[in-house]
Every structure is written in structure tokens, then in C-alpha cells.
Write a protein that binds this ligand. Sequence first.
Ligand code: KG4
Ligand code: ZN
Length: 338
Amino acid sequence: MRLLGIETSCDDTAAAVVMDGRIAESNVLASQDEFHREYGGVVPEIASRKHVETLNAVIEAALARANRTFDDIDGVAVTCGPGLAGSLVVGVAAAQGLAYARDLPAFAINHLHGHLFANYLTDPDEPDRALPQTPFVCLVVSGGHTDLIEVQEPGRHRVIGRTLDDAAGEAYDKVARLLGLGFPGGPLLDALARDGDPRAFRFPRALMDDSTFDFSFSGLKTSVRYHLDANPEDAQTRAADVAASFQAAVVDVLCAKTLRAARALGVRTIALAGGVSANSMLRSQLRRLGEAEGLRVLVPPLAYCTDNAAMIACAAYYRGDLARVSPDELRADPNFAW
Ligand code: KG4
Ligand code: ZN
């Protein structure tokens, strides 16, 4: 089954063609970073306008790069939420139009399911990458979410923990702004932290030892702000040390909770997903600690960590009838829950 995926939940305009939920024949993304940069964050009205301008071309490019036409497509999968309302409706309207015009089945996909299913895609650099074996625990870390998920089988899962305040990606972006790094902050902070000492400053690791699987990152962000208020020169002279120390606090908590969840549930596989799963320290530390406990650690190929449409088509393949709707039932749902 070959599905066309469409993703416009935030500021990336994306379309992809995916075969059997496994092989991305194309994965096209038009980034809007240059239009939001001067505002230091995503401006919803700009995001939806840019989706309107570029989505048709992005869909055409996804078909062309896959060497396919609409005649080769068996269904259309689209992100219905969660996300920005004005952004979501652009993708949903396009999918609806295509499903009607081409008489194709439509799949209403939750963006977070998409991130999780990114682990089922192969990597051109790693073609024999194994499929995740259920049950497993998946840490979904993005700009809006930090959720720990118990996956019982593909398409059946339960949220066992979540952030009580800021998401991990949000904390990265806010601390990047405190350090004057620009937009988007997460990857810039990741790069800067490589030159810093993660033990230079001891920032708090909230809820690290508590028995729940919930997270909290707003205190950490505030603690970095207080440190920079008291030592303004550190934002210039020791920015890499601040970045590395902040990152160590985030990654320590994310890894500790994920490993604890695996132990508590008795699962032998853990997986990462969402934009922050592109983070170099999180990928390496979770691998190292997980493998030391004899666990299988899955991290999605880098191209499928941050927002993309291949993960949306992949999720549709695995969710099947659970996601299938008639085109007139497709609706943007900005608060779509797990
Ligand atoms: O999943 P995603 O692309 O969009 C949402 O669904 O939110 O995640 C975006 C988030 C942003 O907060 C971004 O700063 C963060 O992921 N991010 C990173 C890295 N790459 C993206 N955070 C830390 N290190 C990275 N390398
Ligand atoms: Zn996302």
C-alpha cells in the first residue's frame, strides 16, 4: 500500500510517499524558518499563509521525487492535530480535496502518533533496520510535548507520563533565546553544548527521583535565567558551558525516567521520537544507558525526528481502520489527544 502523507501542523510544509509504512520513496519538506526567524518564534498567521503558498508544490515534488503519479497512490494521510489551527486546516483541506477528486481513502492522523511511528521507517543509510518489537516504551519529546508512552502493539498504546509544565523542546528554545542563539533554538543549543562542560554548573533535575513518570522543565529554565541574571557575562564568555549544563539536566531526567518506565513495565525495548530526539546527547546517552541494562534502544533516522510527512503516512499504514475516515469527516482538531 502506497500512501501520500501531508503534514502542516506547525511551520513546516511537508509531503511524502511511503510504501507499506516502511520505505519513504520521498520525504519533501519546505522549511519556513527564514520567515519566522526575525520574530524569534513561529508566527501562526505567517505559518498558515506560507502553507497555502507552498503546499501544492510540495505535494507535486513528493510525487515527482518518488517517481509516482496520483494513479500510484492508494490513500491520503493528513495530520489533523494537535497543532496550530490555521496551519492544520491547510493540510486537511488539501487532503480532503485530493481524496474527493481522486476517490481515495483518507486517514486522519494524530501528529504524536506520527512521531512514534517514525521508528517504523527504514533509513536509507541503514536499510536492514529492524522493526520495533512490542511491547516497548517510547519517549516522545517535541516542541509541545514530553510524553512517555507504553506501546502494547502498533496502534495500541497508553500515556504513562507527561510534562506538568514546559515541554523539553520548549525549554531548549527558551534557554537558547536567553543565550541569544536565535531561531530555531534547539539545534543551535545542541551544537553549542558540544564545546561546553556539562558539569560546569549544577542546574536542577526536577522530579528525577519521584515515583511518577511525569516531567517538569519550567524550574530548570528559570534556574538558567537566574544564573544569567546574576552572572550576565556568562551568556558571552561561558555560553557553551551554560548550554552543556542545561542540556545535561534535561537529558539526565529524560533518560532516567524512560529507563525507570522500562524497568517498571518489564519491557526490553525503548524508543525515542519527536524533534528533540534529534538531539545528539539524548540519542547517545539513552543508547549508552539503555544498552548497559541490556535493552534495545531505537532512535529514528534523523530525517524522521523533526516534523515530516513520511511519519504521517507511516502512522496511517499501521493505524489502518482506526484512522480511516470518509473525506467529509476530515477535520482539523488543534487539541487532538493521544
Ligand atoms: O517535533 P518537532 O519538529 O515539532 C513539534 O511537534 O513540536 O519538534 C520541534 C522541537 C523544537 O523545540 C526544537 O527546538 C527541538 O524540537 N529540537 C531540538 C533539536 N532539534 C529540534 N532540541 C534539541 N536538540 C536538537 N538537535
Ligand atoms: Zn512534531
